[in-house]
Design a protein around this ligand. Structure first.
Ligand SMILES: Cc1ncc(COP(=O)(O)O)c(C=O)c1O
Length: 370
């Protein structure tokens, strides 16, 4: 069996979650566990959060109905689940059977909901586009839409929500504008005694830095998994990365000065040195663009990755270090105060830790640590 695995530290997950809980006070929490809990393994993450007794998340948020069904089936999860995906009438049976709340966000949805001929109420969340420009009723038309949805007998509005485009940026002015637009809608609905359920808006960036956006519920994603959403937010909640990517030294060989490594010969030895191969490659989520730029950690020391990253293997310049095959290698994580984590990868890749953890492929087994 090859030595590569992702270690998922569930006590870090719980401590991140409880720190968020402390910060948001009385607001409910919808734990965002879409995309297999950002690559960490939805089932185990949810089972671990469910153990937190009266502090556990009140809601779960997913991006696909398939994820919601999996959550019901594999975790025996009884909490409400919201799917951020727009309503699909073909999936109606699943919404009822598994008690999943779809997102309502278009005029076409309203037409379809009006035609529902059901004695059972369909619970829904309504998305309002206050400036994200992705999904949702445009804020200028949302009141009209919500009033009409509230009159449909077979529908119950369990919540209304919006999503911030820039909550993780230093300049909060656009997020403030979005929040004003959303709050205005809530205010009018309240005045008209329209029951809109729970109002929610805050993603991780807003949870960190925009306390007046907490409303009835917050929706943390990346912060659960231990990363700040950008390098521009405060660190007002203590977070610890949940995922480490670990492998082992597979082979060590000597290279002579002038010899080259891997496809395209992008690394040339400027002296005699030793090269270790590690059984991880871009098929595992070790991005090809890390070529010649990343480091790994062995025994608390950083060593450079050299030569093109290949599909299944990378090479490390270990110089003249006395290392052995089988020795532990940390690709993503920390050891003895030395770290090379999702942000280090992101700076090289011009990306964000979200993409890094989501990209760790299925072929990498997850090992859970309590
Ligand atoms: C609708 C919605 N809410 C909340 C989140 C969580 O965002 P974050 O991971 O930045 O906390 C996401 C993720 O993109 C989302 O799509």
């Amino acid at each position: 069996m090859r030595a590569t695995y992702a270690e998922i530290n569930l006590s870090h997950l719980k401590s991140n979650y409880l720190n968020i809980r402390r910060k948001v006070g009385k607001s409910k929490i919808m734990a965002v566990v879409k995309a297999d809990a950002y690559g960490h393994g939805m089932r185990e993450c949810v089972l671990s959060l469910m153990k937190l007794g009266d502090k556990k998340p009140e809601y779960y948020g997913v991006a696909l109905i398939e994820e919601a069904v999996e959550l019901r089936k594999t975790c025996n999860c009884k909490e409400p689940i919201v799917s951020f995906a727009p309503l699909l009438i073909d999936d109606l049976d699943e919404y009822y059977t598994y008690n999943i709340m779809p997102t309502i966000c278009t005029e076409e949805h309203i037409k379809k909901l009006k035609k529902l001929n059901s004695n059972r109420k369909l619970k829904v969340h309504i998305n309002i586009d206050t400036g994200m420009g992705r999904l949702g009723f445009h804020y200028s038309k949302a009141l009209h839409a919500i009033r009409r949805i509230s009159e449909i007998k077979s529908v119950e509005i369990d919540g209304i929500y919006t999503h911030f485009a820039t909550a993780d940026e230093r300049n909060k002015s656009f997020a403030a504008l979005q929040l004003d637009r959303f709050k205005y809608i809530i205010h009018i609905l309240s005045n008209e005694n329209i029951n809109y359920g729970l109002a929610h808006a805050a993603n991780s960036g807003a949870i960190l830095d925009i306390p007046n956006s907490y409303l009835d519920m917050v929706r943390p994603g990346i912060s659960l998994y231990g990363y700040y959403p950008s390098l521009e937010t405060t660190e007002s909640i203590k977070l610890k990365p949940v995922m480490s990517l670990i492998s082992g030294i597979s082979t060590i060989r000597e290279m002579r000065k002038g010899e080259t490594v891997s496809y395209g010969r992008l690394f040339k030895a400027n002296k005699n040195l030793k090269v270790a191969t590690i059984p991880i490659g871009y098929a595992d989520g070790y991005f090809r663009n890390l070529t010649n730029k990343a480091f790994v950690i062995i025994n608390g020391k950083k060593y450079p990755q050299i030569g093109r990253v290949t599909m299944d293997r990378i090479m490390i310049n270990i110089g003249d270090a006395d290392l052995r095959t089988g020795g532990k290698v940390i690709l993503l994580g920390a050891e003895k105060q030395v770290k090379f984590d999702g942000w280090d990868w992101s700076k090289i890749l011009n990306s964000i830790p979200y993409e890094v953890t989501c990209a760790v492929s299925r072929r990498v087994p997850r090992r859970y640590k309590n």
